[in-house]
Ligand binder design. Structure first.
Ligand code: G3P
Length: 250
């Protein structure tokens, strides 16, 4: 019922020529692949050129964040209209690196999510706990709060356009993945939270991706879990062969 979504978050990597080369290789490898949705989120500087390369393929384009305002004096930021004009249909919101380094809070996540939805972009709302929060047994409460605050006020119809990415902070870029069972338990917890606040229909339709050191040799087991509906991939999305293998999970 839920179509898997495999997304590459390129973070602050790839010059424009490098981005074009990677996008071309992916179009050649998985450009017509339809068993899952495939999304590339290059840096802002390469949205235009990656968008040009993937045009006509099944691969979709997304940005790594956006401002909630429509336009104006917000140096350094971009708005939904700018992203849409380059062909973006998705935007990552609330990534833990935005939370840690750029002052993102649940409140700004909520503003960005509402603005994305109001402009027809699919937000991928990121949530996840720090290691000490997991070790002290608070991880489910932390993530539940991020979900509830970040998505506060959305209607059920709006919720049907949202995806969530669970990315435990301690698993990002560290080579440590959450065990498939731990990840699935958290996804189930997110889904039941959504069911309580919205309804069963919304919860059952919600795509929940896992992120955090996803690799070709972890993806098959992760995707076999009942509540894991895709992956948000960082490091392993920077090479065409490894990302293509993740896209072709078994
Ligand atoms: O958004 C993807 C992410 O934060 C995971 O990064 O490098 O651990 O796959 P990585």
């Amino acid at each position: 019922m839920r179509k898997a979504l495999i997304a590459g978050n390129w973070k602050m990597n790839k010059t424009d020529p490098e981005a074009i080369e990677l996008a071309r290789a992916l179009v050649a490898e998985v450009g017509q692949y339809e068993a899952c949705d495939i999304l590339l989120c290059p840096p802002f500087t390469s949205l235009k050129s990656v968008g040009d390369v993937i045009r006509g393929s099944k691969i979709k384009l997304g940005a790594q964040t956006m401002h909630w305002e429509k336009s104006g004096a917000f140096t350094g930021m971009v708005c939904a209209d700018m992203l849409k004009s380059l062909g973006c249909t998705y935007v990552i919101i609330g990534h833990s690196e935005q939370r840690q380094f750029f002052g993102e809070t649940d409140e700004t996540v909520n503003k960005r999510t509402r603005a994305a939805l109001a402009n027809g972009l699919t937000p991928i709302v990121c949530v996840g706990e720090f290691l000490e929060q997991r070790e002290s047994g608070k991880h489910e409460q932390i993530v539940r709060d991020q979900v509830i605050q970040g998505l506060k006020g959305l209607t059920s119809d709006e919720m049907k356009q949202v995806a969530i990415a669970y990315e435990p902070v301690w698993a990002i870029g560290t080579g440590k993945t959450a065990s498939s069972q731990d990840a699935d338990d958290m996804h189930a917890c997110i889904r039941s939270t959504i069911e309580k606040v919205w309804n069963r229909d919304v919860a059952q339709g919600l795509v929940i991706q896992y992120g955090g050191s996803v690799k070709p040799d972890t993806i098959d087991e992760q995707m076999a879990m009942p509540n894991i509906d895709g992956a948000l991939v960082g490091g392993a999305a920077l090479q065409a062969d490894s990302f293509a293998r993740i896209v072709r999970f078994q």
